[in-house]
Design a binder for this molecule. Structure first.
Ligand code: AHG
Ligand code: MN
Ligand code: MN
Length: 370
């Protein structure tokens, strides 16, 4: 096999760091530990039934329920453990937070504490594991307040409640036909493919850019009766195709694995919506702000795309809780901006016209103007 001319992830990080002569190397070390965690999870996922880690997380019959009220798979728990064990020891982190843990994780006393916070969904799309469809891991790196590092105190939920524009880095690993790591450190987005022979992530997709327009959208249409008017309008217009207001036909996609959808959109454009809806008033949206919407938002914006709640740019949202859920729209810039415009426009209420009342397209929805 000829020697590859491609950079490894390690080489890439070292060369990036040269732009910051004062940098300590802690950040690079953290990202490399995260990459090892992702390689370990990739192996566990790839072994499938052979790895003995399929199915629900025991707790005897029904499996255990995580803080989200969702049944944990064995691989959710294992992946969470892998993230912790691979990153806690090195002295780069002040603390962690994960979809699978109700409270922030404290770095054990035997290890030094560092200046970063790691926030992650260790296995995204885990309902796809049993059926051998792509899943992923997604993570965000934040800086901790200097006071936390100076005092060495335990981290609290409040330390993590930073808006997405404060992220130092964000990335995901996709466990698909190939394993890939996609990373932004705030200077564009780069994609690495795992070379299984070398066990190294190789730079295969430098400077990824999202096409600004698209003819593909992804939304779970089974929720359509719960959507707000602007979302319904957007989807109806796409479905109307060439003879509708958009003047072109659209395709739909739904993998039920946000990381896989984000990856498709990065490579060929598209828009993803999991909007706020009225399905369950206690859940304003399905996806979580700190470890799903913010990292994907940072990656999208760094690749020339856009991410939004529909009302507010995602990276501007001030989080209020560690496991906060939020409406999420991301992908090709022009499309996301269109959806934001629909949310900003006054809702057209034509209730006295029975035709329009029936077409819920134009019906006002509680809170639609928020
Ligand atoms: P997780 O497996 O981490 O709970 O996340 C699953 C998420 C996301 O990846 C996906 O887009 C969405 O849930 C799927 O939702 P539906 O079940 O409504 O399709
Ligand atoms: Mn998830
Ligand atoms: Mn998950």
């Amino acid at each position: 096999m000829p020697l590859s001319h491609r950079s490894t992830l390690t080489q890439f990080l070292i060369e990036e760091r040269r732009r910051f002569p004062g940098a300590s190397g802690d950040f690079n070390a953290l990202i490399l530990d995260v990459a090892i965690a992702c390689k370990a999870i990739a192996r566990a996922v790839a072994l499938g039934e052979l790895g003995g880690a399929m199915g629900k997380h025991a707790e005897e019959e029904g499996g255990s329920i995580n803080v989200q009220g969702e049944t944990q798979q064995k691989l959710d728990v294992l992946s969470n453990e892998v993230f912790i064990r691979r990153t806690e020891w090195a002295g780069n982190l002040a603390g962690m937070a994960s979809e699978e843990m109700e409270q922030p994780y404290q770095i054990p006393g035997q290890y030094p504490r560092g200046k970063y916070l790691l926030v992650f969904d260790p296995l995204d799309g885990s309902s796809n594991i049993d059926v051998n469809v792509s899943v992923g891991s997604i993570f965000s790196v934040l800086r901790v307040q200097p006071e936390v590092q100076d005092s060495g105190r335990d981290v609290t939920e409040a330390d993590f409640l930073q808006p997405g524009h404060r992220q130092v880095a964000a990335g995901y690993a996709l466990y698909g036909p190939t394993t890939m790591l996609v990373l932004t450190v705030g200077d564009g987005v780069n994609g690495f493919t795992l070379d299984p022979n070398l066990g190294e992530f190789m730079l295969t997709h430098p400077r990824m850019r999202i096409p600004t327009d698209t003819q593909e959208f992804a939304i779970n249409a089974s929720n359509s009766r719960f959507w707000e008017a602007p979302v319904k309008r957007y989807v109806d217009e796409c479905l109307a195709g060439r003879t509708g207001p958009r003047g072109k036909d659209f395709n739909t996609r739904w993998i039920a694995s946000m990381v896989a959808e984000a990856h498709r959109i990065l490579l060929r454009g598209g828009v993803f919506l999991y909007p706020r809806d009225s399905k369950d008033p206690s859940k304003p949206g399905r996806l979580r702000l700190l470890y799903e919407a913010n990292p994907v938002g940072f990656i999208m914006e760094q690749a020339g795309g856009r991410a939004s709640t529909g009302h507010t740019p995602m990276l501007e949202v001030q989080p209020s809780a560690l496991h906060q859920r939020i409406g999420l729209v991301f992908g090709s810039k022009n499309e996301v901006e269109r959806i934001e415009r629909y949310h900003a426009e006054p809702v057209r209420v034509e209730l006295d016209n029975p035709l329009f009342a029936e077409r819920s397209l134009f019906r006002a929805t509680a809170g639609a103007l928020m």
